[in-house]
Design a binder for this molecule. Sequence first.
Ligand SMILES: [Zn+2]
Length: 231
Amino acid sequence: MSSRRPSRIVLLGAPGAGKGTVALGMVSLFGAPHLSSGDMLRAAVAAGNELGERVKGHMAAGQFVPDALILEVIRERVQHRDCRNDAGGVRYLLDGFPRTLVQAEAFAVDSKLAPQLVVHLKVNSDVIVGRLTGRRTCPNCGASFHVAFAPPAKTDACDHCGSGLIVRPDDHEDTIRRRLTAYELQTAPLIDYYADLLIEIDGGQGRDQVLADVIASLKPWDGETPVGANL
Ligand SMILES: [Zn+2]
């Protein structure tokens, strides 16, 4: 690994591994913006420019957005000031891309854009199934609860509007297991591909401990740079 503090970090982890939560915690500590591929694509469409129109064409047709186009969206997004570190280089905390080996190889072509560090949140499938099947959603106002971690005050009723809570089709166990298998097939090769950049974190722990482990794993680069200054 390089001795320079990494400023381009990719978060890898299965759906339900807690990438979003870890990203939020890291953003507030290190300042690099959290870029999620889904959010970036939606923002590009909302911006309505030529790039966004092309993304919209694929999404409206129910197609996957081609890898080259996703890379264009990322390249455009990192032009924004929040993605610039003090030295004028690119900084980001990226999740949702790359998902496949082909994407990772395309991403590696530009050495000023490619990740310098990959944080892998490892979580056992049964833990993820437990997390996701516990979710309850309000069909009326969209509020989200969890039977173990964020239970509603009244069982199966929304705290905000009183509607009956439901389990979304996406949160049924068979659906989750199918998504996890697909993730393993597509993304497991990335673990080997990024072996030299990889930090493995036990994502099955509580949220605070996961974040503490991520921060501890970044310690080797603290050096003279205070944490939070200019990752
Ligand atoms: Zn509600």
